[in-house]
Design a protein. Structure first.
Length: 74
């Protein structure tokens, strides 16, 4: 999933997407352990998508916590 697509999602939609991806990652890890995985490359994509969502959530939290303008330097 592209970062721009993720930025367009609301926080609730991002949380839902993160939950779905985490569940899928868990299932693929289980398949990997049992040797029945169909597409092992999907693990890499899932981990990256999860990291993208978490990064965007962190950016939003920092923007909300930071003052609107930085203090002027003398």
């Amino acid at each position: 999933m592209k970062p721009q697509e993720l930025r367009e999602l609301s926080e609730a939609e991002q949380e839902e997407k993160l939950k779905d991806l985490s569940e899928e990652l868990f299932n693929l890890k289980f398949q990997l352990a049992t040797g029945k995985i169909q597409n092992p490359g999907r693990l890499k994509h899932l981990r990256r998508d999860i990291a993208r969502i978490r990064t965007l959530q962190n950016e939003r939290r920092r923007q909300a916590a930071a003052p609107s303008e930085p203090p002027a330097k003398a």
